[in-house]
Design a protein around this ligand. Structure first.
Ligand SMILES: Cc1cc2nc3c(=O)[nH]c(=O)nc-3n(C[C@H](O)[C@H](O)[C@H](O)COP(=O)(O)O)c2cc1C
Length: 199
């Protein structure tokens, strides 16, 4: 084989290798992300890393691009201790995480036009957008080597008080972020047959 053919084959192998790696990496992240309920609190996360994470979360689609999701990143020991009592059944799990990210949405923005709800879902669209933002967040966190736990069981009023969250915001999830020290098994998913209908 002459040098040109060898060179051509090498370029092809590099390109196909790159394409297959980059297309499988998303699936790997999805497959490896788990809800982790125990963290090594001594392993810290930097503000720079948090900014990278939230910037990706913000790339999630939102109603008319209103970007109503808000993030309260709790990482000082003082504030973590103030939020913990509001974590109810999740208190012990939350206490192990070095960072808790409270996500809220600003009311009457997502799903609204000129101050009126655009359809029957109303502020449900704010919750929907926050969920999308959370999905981007937990997947990006996994890509960055972190683990997460989305927590819906929390005392919203207690969290609002601890973090001075304005009244026009609805508290959604608290996301624990850190380096997990357990590898949970994947909870079974329902069959596609059960959840999907092609019409
Ligand atoms: C909206 C929402 C609320 C959740 N709330 C809690 C919670 O309060 N406590 C908890 O331990 N897990 C909570 N989870 C985690 C789920 O139990 C978990 O995602 C589910 O069992 C599937 O496991 P996996 O995330 O490892 O795939 C919540 C997840 C979501 C999406």
């Amino acid at each position: 084989m002459n040098k040109q053919i060898i060179g051509f084959l090498l370029v092809c192998l590099t390109i196909t290798g790159f394409v297959s790696c980059s297309s499988s990496s998303f699936d790997d992240i999805v497959a490896n992300r788990r809800s982790v309920r125990s963290y090594d609190k001594s392993k810290k996360i930097s503000e720079e890393q948090i900014r990278t994470l939230i910037a990706t979360s913000q790339e999630a689609p939102s109603w008319a691009n209103v970007q109503a999701t808000r993030y309260y990143v709790v990482m000082s020991e003082e504030k973590l201790n103030q939020v913990l009592p509001a974590m109810l059944q999740n208190k012990e799990k939350a206490s192990m995480a070095p960072v808790l990210i409270v996500t809220t949405y600003k009311q009457n923005q997502s799903g609204f036009f000129n101050g009126e709800p655009s359809n029957e879902i109303g502020n449900g669209w704010g919750a929907f957008d926050a969920g999308l933002s959370n999905a981007f967040l937990v997947l990006k966190a996994k890509e960055m080597g972190f683990d997460t736990l989305i927590m819906g069981l929390r005392d919203a009023d207690g969290i609002k008080r601890a973090l001075d969250i304005p009244n026009d915001e609805t508290v959604m999830s608290v996301v624990a972020l850190g380096y997990g020290n357990q590898v949970p098994k994947r909870p079974e998913r329902k069959s596609l047959f059960e959840i999907m209908k092609i019409k």
